[in-house]
Design a binder for this molecule. Structure first.
Ligand SMILES: O=C(O)CCC(=O)C(=O)O
Ligand SMILES: [Fe+2]
Length: 339
């Protein structure tokens, strides 16, 4: 591994306003450079950060999203089962409690998964293969679908802003940034609503097993349940990533780790939800284009060398969509036996 500088043991708070089209005019080049530098340090040292989105997503919008998602999870089981993922392409839709599997173990949560439109030609055969179908949105509460549609638009804008800041932080020139954006500008995003009942008493269980995210960037909004989301620091300790008002928790995924030859490691994290409340979280995964090649970035090579670190050349060739499909097919168990 690269030499580790004094890795922080708390997550930094970074304001993205200088990179957001609606807010950038109020910020100077110095502000932009400060954001880019802070993104670089956070991605290198911990892979997690708080992103201050003040003025872009309002606190009311953030609370409303959680409340509507909670209303959905509290609907009768039969109604949620109407949009089971097995009724679509096996990836889009509702999954029951303990149907999701991480590292071979059932997670103690239920969820609703959505993805960008199918990347395959529109044929009846393709509609049945993983990721080939259409999203299944809940009918109730009626306000949930329009909220999710607005959320997706905003998160894609946020994705571009953070990607630009990170690419500046890596020292890319304009041409390199444009090339990078060309393989992310049709993001094969995904989004989950996750509902976590408290872990049963006396069970030494896990609500969501430790994992790295698959792709590029995760923008997480969740109920404030101290201690639930935990992040593995470089020192080997699990840090609590509790929510901060007006901020998303952001982490980088496996594609950034590969793009940067390990300079920006995707960090292990997990959820252990022990308090008696029902916790809701909404991760949005801003991902590369489905057919994006994930090769070592020259800017990452330069930056790694400039910082006197060791690069880990990624092996072979990889396209994001192939990687995603390999993950999605191993993610669920459809028979409902207790694992
Ligand atoms: O619910 C959370 O806080 C985190 C969920 C998560 O890590 C994921 O869905 O990848
Ligand atoms: Fe995750």
């Amino acid at each position: 591994m690269s030499p580790s500088s004094a890795a922080p043991d708390t997550l930094p708070i970074i304001t993205i306003a200088p990179y957001l089209p609606t807010l950038a005019a109020n910020h100077s080049d110095t502000d932009r450079a400060a954001t880019a530098k802070a993104l670089h340090e956070a991605c290198r040292d911990i892979g997690f950060l708080y992103l201050n989105v003040d003025g872009f997503v309002s606190p009311d919008e953030m609370q409303n999203a959680l409340d509507l998602a909670r209303e959905f999870f509290h609907r009768p089981q039969e109604e949620k089962d109407d949009i089971l993922l097995t009724k679509a392409d096996g990836a889009r839709g509702y999954q029951r409690l303990r149907q999701n599997v991480t590292m071979g173990k059932a997670d103690h949560h239920e969820g609703l998964d959505m993805y960008a439109p199918s990347p395959f030609p529109d044929t009846p055969e393709n509609a049945k293969r993983h990721l080939g179908g259409a999203n299944q949105y809940p009918v109730n509460p009626p306000a949930l679908k329009p909220l999710l549609e607005d959320w997706i638009v905003k998160m894609k804008t946020l994705g571009k802003a953070v990607m630009h800041g990170m690419c500046d932080g890596l020292g890319m020139d304009e041409k390199e940034w444009q090339d990078m954006w060309a393989i992310n500008n049709d993001s094969f995003w995904s989004m989950r609503l996750i509902g976590y009942p408290a872990l049963p008493d006396g069970q030494d269980g896990i609500s969501c097993g430790e994992h790295k995210d698959y792709g590029c960037l995760t923008f997480l909004h969740a109920d404030d349940c101290p201690g639930a989301l935990q992040v593995l620091s470089k020192s080997g300790a699990w840090l609590n990533a509790d929510m901060v008002r007006g901020c998303f928790v952001v982490n980088i995924g496996a594609m950034w780790e590969r793009w940067t030859g390990g300079l920006y490691p995707a960090t292990l994290h997990r959820v252990v939800h022990r308090s008696p409340t029902y916790r809701v979280s909404i991760p949005f995964f801003f991902e590369p284009n489905f057919d994006a090649p994930i090769d070592l970035l020259p800017a990452a090579k330069r930056k790694t060398a400039a910082e006197g670190r060791k690069i880990e050349e990624p092996e072979g060739k990889l396209k994001y969509g192939d990687y995603l499909l390999s993950k999605v097919t191993s993610n669920f168990k459809y028979d409902d036996d207790e694992a």
